[in-house]
Design a protein around this ligand. Structure first.
Ligand code: SAM
Length: 280
């Protein structure tokens, strides 16, 4: 089966890169374990059902979509197979993730309607006005300069095009977030979680309009509780095999602390939508 077309971009500006690691890459075993929890092709919660909910009421049948930060390609494939998108371009900075996305696209026979592009953080390697829709899930929390990120999205969207997605947000000055923040710092990870007002203001500063959020914290608290339960039951042996005892304990703690932060509403999850105006 032919592979989906994979293009290497030459863009090299790093202004809005945010550290997952120094190179903005996920650790391979971390990716495997996240995929075990979230389902094939996903590094974010809810799988294909959540993707369908994010696009609720939007018809993709004539749409060129950019899956920005496509990870392992689960959403790219869901948009093609379930939502019948005309064409999806998956873009990511992580070559290892893109290889997995390429495999998934090939397995589902969607190569002719998918293009996977590897690049660096910074200006997107796409022409102005290229996409009807940009989908972004759990990516902006890795970036320092949110307004610049949104400005690039606005540039590549066609007039009246839509940005949709889902993101981790935080309640400002909330002790319920502290445990999660401390754990991430302890592990040398610095995410850039922002509160709702900052997120909306950054999108508006970039010239996007009709910015709206839908809170999904309750659903994600439940996903998170189920993940913790699976870690202790059906996935325990597989995780122990993959991580060893010390690694398993660290992974379990990660799941538990995140569940508590969500349950106590220090950490939030929100769908979002915004539009590019029809005048430049
Ligand atoms: C938490 S994963 C989410 C992946 C996918 N959106 C999903 O929902 O399964 C974040 C992804 O964003 C990618 N990423 C991080 N910084 C990026 C950037 N500046 N541009 C594009 N992708 C980026 C990472 O490599 C990773 O694949």
């Amino acid at each position: 089966m032919a592979a989906a077309c994979r293009v290497q971009s030459t863009s090299s500006n790093t202004r809005y890169v945010g550290p997952m690691s120094a190179e903005n890459r996920y650790d391979r075993s971390n990716v495997d374990n996240m995929e075990m929890l979230y389902g094939r092709g996903f590094l974010s919660g809810g799988g294909a059902d959540e993707v369908a909910l994010i696009f609720d009421g939007i018809d993709l049948r004539d749409a060129d979509v950019l899956d920005l930060g496509c990870g392992l390609g689960g959403a790219t494939v869901a948009m093609l197979t379930r939502l019948d998108a005309k064409h999806v371009t998956g873009f990511d900075v992580d070559a290892g993730n893109l290889e997995r996305a390429e495999e998934l696209v090939a397995e589902t026979g969607m190569q002719s309607r998918a293009t996977l592009v590897e690049g660096t953080a910074g200006p997107l390697p796409f022409e102005t006005d290229s996409f009807d829709c940009v989908y972004v899930n759990a990516v902006s929390c890795h970036l320092e300069a949110l307004a610049e990120f949104f400005a690039e999205i606005r540039r590549v969207l066609r007039p009246e095009g839509v940005l949709v997605g889902s993101e981790w947000l935080v309640r400002e000055d909330n002790a319920a977030f502290q445990g999660w923040d401390d754990l991430l710092r302890e592990r040398g990870l610095s995410f850039h979680f922002v509160d709702k007002a900052t997120f909306v203001a950054a999108a508006e500063e970039a010239g996007l309009i009709d910015v709206s959020l839908v809170d999904r914290t309750a659903a994600f608290t439940e996903f998170s509780r189920e993940s913790l339960e699976c870690t202790d039951t059906e996935l325990r042996e597989a995780l122990l095999d993959s991580l060893g005892e010390v690694g398993f304990d660290a992974f379990r703690k990660w799941c538990e602390v995140r569940y508590v932060a969500l349950r106590d509403r220090g950490l939030l999850q929100s769908h979002f939508r915004a539009c590019k105006p029809n005048h430049q």
